[in-house]
Design a protein around this ligand. Structure first.
Ligand SMILES: Cc1cc2nc3c(=O)[nH]c(=O)nc-3n(C[C@H](O)[C@H](O)[C@H](O)COP(=O)(O)OP(=O)(O)OC[C@H]3O[C@@H](n4cnc5c(N)ncnc54)[C@H](O)[C@@H]3O)c2cc1C
Ligand code: FES
Length: 268
């Protein structure tokens, strides 16, 4: 029987790099020419033939472009960082559920993001920045290792014009005009006077997420008002290989975005 390659879910499409912005020494944002039907917080399987494939969050998108913010950590990401404008990346997806913006509309929203955890929520922030009447109070807390690890500095300058933005670094040396200390130390400063009407998104490394959620719970935020995005080892992205499975949950399909009440008891 002839196999129709068009039906092959593992088939990637090529996309040209049309812009590259350096964020830090090890993180670059690549803008690609691509027309995809995307939700905020979804991810793509990104590849270069011969170098591998990895899941990468879409850090922002428009009608004919999308951005990927990629940290250089291994075989594929090293190779991607060598690419220039006009080169191609290979994409399949989008995968995962992403954030449902409807959950946050006309409510107070607090986003607590650590390091590269900011990538999957950047498009949520940009959406409400562009549609300020669709959200009530909007506070953004961002934690980075040090001032040199700051991502999306151009966006942050813009966000500060309309949003309550708190940036903290674990450590600093030299001149630093923002906060110092772990993000958890600053959570008591957020406005939770109307907790029933407030949704909280927590994204970042696993330890940061665990302790940040604990702090919000101390301030009486109910589990079902907390949203998280998980990064797990993944291969297929299609719910077939089982690499990302936690109990009966396929993070690549059922996640990576979860309501905390749904997954807090899962044994990883
Ligand atoms: C849903 C999701 C979204 C993601 N979004 C992003 C994103 O937006 N941006 C981003 O930069 N990353 C993101 N990631 C993470 C990214 O997919 C991984 O970092 C990926 O492994 C990079 O591929 P690589 O081939 O470059 O690195 P790999 O070669 O896979 O190496 C990854 C890590 O494993 C270590 N390693 C590799 N081989 C070995 C070994 N044999 N023994 C011990 N350690 C080893 C490396 O040192 C490195 O720290 C996401 C992951 C998920 C699941
Ligand atoms: S990555 Fe294969 S099942 Fe989720």
């Amino acid at each position: 029987m002839a196999v129709n390659v068009e039906d092959n879910p593992y088939r990637a499409q090529s996309a040209e790099i049309i812009d590259i912005k350096q964020e830090t020494d090890v993180e670059y944002t690549f803008r690609l020419a691509a027309n995809m039907d995307l939700n905020c917080g979804q991810f793509l399987e990104v590849s270069i033939p011969g170098f591998g494939e990895a899941p990468i969050s879409v850090s922002d998108f428009g009608t004919d472009w999308l951005e990927l913010t990629i940290r250089r950590v291994g075989d594929l990401t090293d190779k991607i960082h060598e690419l220039g404008i006009g080169d191609k990346l290979y994409l399949r997806g989008p995968y995962g559920n992403g954030f449902s913006l409807e959950e946050f509309k006309h409510r107070n929203l607090i986003i607590a993001a650590g390091g590269t955890g900011l990538a999957p929520v950047r498009s949520v922030i940009n959406y409400f920045y562009d549609h300020p009447t669709e959200v009530n109070d909007f506070e953004l807390l961002m934690g980075f290792k040090d001032p040199d690890s700051l991502l999306f500095e151009r966006d942050i300058d813009r966000w500060k014009e309309k949003l309550e933005v708190l940036i903290t670094v674990d450590q600093t040396c030299g001149v630093w005009g923002e906060c110092v200390g772990l993000i958890t130390e600053h959570i008591p400063k957020v406005n939770l006077s109307d907790v029933e009407n407030t949704e909280v998104i927590v994204v970042g490394p696993p330890l940061m997420m665990k302790h940040t959620i604990k702090e919000f719970k101390k301030l009486n935020v109910p589990d079902d008002k907390i949203w998280v995005s998980y990064e797990r080892k993944m291969h297929c992205g299609l719910g077939k290989c089982g690499h990302c499975k936690i109990e009966d949950n396929y993070v690549c399909v059922d996640g990576p975005v979860y309501n905390y009440a749904e997954i807090k008891d899962l044994k990883d």
